[in-house]
Design a protein around this ligand. Structure first.
Ligand code: 5GP
Ligand code: MN
Length: 338
């Protein structure tokens, strides 16, 4: 972590602040873990803090310490708006453009608070006064760990904070198997276990807990998979009707997109998921090697992310979205086969 950022943070936090911590919309384990760990740390150092999520998050993350205090902007709007208006400092974690917080942006961008970004995605926007942005990091939780240590808080890390940060690292590294995992990531994880993180339970909670309906939905997704060896690509579609039939709950489709990449010769995997309520098709992109799904998502699907994992959306119908996507494959054939 750069020294000037550490110094700016130390100065900012040298007196008690009203702090709002915001993860991105549809928060995953990294976003929620980072927000909760930071919340515990800032509270223990004398600040008045609150975590506000733009919307709800999956049940499989609700075991995390501190989740019962999280305020949902959609459901507890009055409390959320008041806290944002009274904030002197706003931490945004695990995203880097305010468009990622949905309608909450309308209240947040009016705030005179000092904004601090903690994030590991590419191409950060410049809304934050203090920007701790590092694309080499496995996860925002790993960054929160480095930040706490740089602020002199290593001894303040409790087992609850360790659980939260470990959960985020495990989420974003796919249990330490993605290429974003470094020796440093493992050293941080080791320290978190020493601090009391319940590693086996966390892996189970995040990756190995299922409902029958989710497994059947996975079966449906895999049946729908279209494999295009001529583009090294595999994609899955899930319509709203299919989701409804399988009693879809938030988080149920987490990880489905990765199956495409397990096929020999497939280097680009995509899942298109219809969301009738929002009138969009939500898309997840994954790649292996040099094909940048961040650039692809940014250019064609109003999204972004990392080189090998990104997301985006489409306002067209499923049929039109897939048709458009397939024309793009033609345009990118050389890169996909490189
Ligand atoms: P997922 O496909 O698991 O939802 O997201 C993969 C990565 O892309 C995550 O790091 C996530 O934060 C990012 N991402 C997902 N959807 C969007 C989006 O609509 N816009 C941007 N900028 N990033 C996204
Ligand atoms: Mn992340």
């Amino acid at each position: 972590m750069k020294l000037d950022i550490v110094e700016a943070l130390k100065t900012l936090l040298s007196s008690p602040q009203n702090i709002v911590i915001i993860p991105h919309k549809n928060p995953d384990g990294d976003a929620i873990g980072a927000a909760l760990a930071l919340n515990f740390y800032l509270k223990s150092t004398g600040h008045n803090t609150i975590v506000i999520t733009p919307n709800d998050y999956p049940q499989f993350l609700k075991w995390m310490p501190g989740t019962n205090e999280v305020v949902n902007f959609e459901k507890e709007n009055t409390t959320a708006v008041r806290s944002i208006e009274e904030a002197t400092v706003i931490f945004t974690v695990d995203f880097n453009e305010l468009g990622r917080i949905g309608h909450m942006v309308e209240v947040v961008e009016e705030s005179p608070a000092t904004f601090v970004m903690v994030d590991h995605h590419q191409s950060p926007a410049d809304y934050a006064t203090i920007m701790y942005s590092d694309v080499s990091m496995s996860s925002t939780c790993e960054m929160i760990f480095h930040m706490i240590v740089a602020l002199g808080g290593l001894n303040l890390i409790t087992n609850e904070m360790a659980d939260c940060m470990y959960a985020g690292i495990v989420t974003d590294t796919g249990s330490f198997k993605y290429s974003s995992t470094t020796g440093k990531t493992h050293r941080v994880a080791a320290t978190l276990i020493d601090k009391g993180a319940h590693s086996a339970e966390i892996h189970k909670n995040i990756f190995d807990t299922n409902t029958a309906s989710r497994l059947h939905l996975l079966g449906c997704a895999l049946k729908n998979m279209v494999i295009l060896p001529e583009f090294s690509t595999a994609y899955i579609t899930l319509s709203q009707e299919e989701l409804d039939t399988h009693e879809f709950k938030k988080g149920d489709t987490e990880g489905f997109v990765n199956y495409g990449l397990t096929l020999d010769g497939i280097r680009f995997a995509v899942i298109f998921i219809e969301n009738k309520e929002e009138g969009i098709i939500k898309i997840s992109f994954r790649s292996e090697g040099s094909f940048s799904v961040n650039e692809f998502a940014r250019k064609y699907f109003d999204g972004g992310g990392h080189t090998n994992a990104a997301g985006g959306k489409s306002n067209r119908s499923m049929e039109d979205t897939v048709h458009y996507f397939r024309t793009l494959l033609e345009d990118h054939k050389t890169e996909l086969l490189a």
